[in-house]
Design a protein around this ligand. Structure first.
Ligand SMILES: [Zn+2]
Length: 68
């Protein structure tokens, strides 16, 4: 029996382990892929609505986005 099964991190939102390489725009909710993993102080640009955000890492491993 051949089952093609892939664990796709994209489906696990806000995973504390492993670096996320995408973010959900707080403005328009669009999922934007990233070339680099999310990091504290990073600046993001939503490809859909054009809003810019700065990334703030939290103690629980999640990230907050603040509109610039
Ligand atoms: Zn957006």
């Amino acid at each position: 029996m051949a089952l093609d099964y892939y664990e796709d991190d994209d489906d696990k939102k806000d995973s504390a382990k492993g670096a996320r390489k995408d973010f959900d725009c707080p403005e328009c909710n669009a999922n934007n892929p990233l070339e680099e993993a999310l990091a504290d102080g990073q600046e993001l640009l939503c490809n859909y609505c054009g809003c810019e955000f700065s990334v703030k890492a939290q103690d629980n491993g999640r990230f907050k986005f603040k509109e610039i």
